[in-house]
Design a protein around this ligand. Structure first.
Ligand SMILES: [Zn+2]
Ligand SMILES: [Zn+2]
Length: 141
């Protein structure tokens, strides 16, 4: 399918404009592959990807647009070229593409997600995925 082919394509980090690396993250079960920027340590998750990895849709469920404010970030979606909008997961501001549903998080943002005290997060594999990502950030600079 066309969508799959596109997903396999390398994308450029919206911030640094260098190609993001495909990195394999070790988790229990099949390893996961993630688009990772070695320069600014940010991660790109295609639609549903993060949910799949942490095995809960808590992210999607909590993704909210700011009420009354049409807030677009200046960022263009690296996957589809659409406009990225600023959304919130609780009080954490994240970049999300309305067109393809991609989510762009940097390391600090992921850490904040991990530290959130959602019951649903505690049940999720977010911690495990995060420690895998941390290894990538450390080992390969
Ligand atoms: Zn970057
Ligand atoms: Zn997009």
């Amino acid at each position: 399918m066309v969508m799959n082919t596109k997903k396999d394509e390398k994308i450029k980090c919206p911030r640094c404009e260098i190609y993001m690396r495909k990195e394999e993250v070790e988790v229990t079960g099949p390893n996961i592959t993630i688009d990772f920027c070695i320069q600014c340590h940010s991660y790109w998750f295609d639609k549903g990807e993060l949910n799949k990895y942490i095995k809960t849709n808590v992210i999607d469920k909590n993704l909210k647009r700011t009420e009354g404010i049409q807030s677009w970030s200046k960022t263009v979606c690296p996957r589809c070229g659409g406009k990225i909008s600023l959304k919130f997961i609780e009080d954490l501001e994240v970049d999300h593409c309305d067109d393809c549903g991609g989510l762009w998080l940097d390391h600090g943002e992921l850490k904040q997600l991990q530290d959130k005290d959602f019951a649903a997060f505690k049940e999720s594999r977010l911690k495990e995925v995060f420690s895998g990502l941390k290894r990538i950030t450390k080992v390969k600079k």
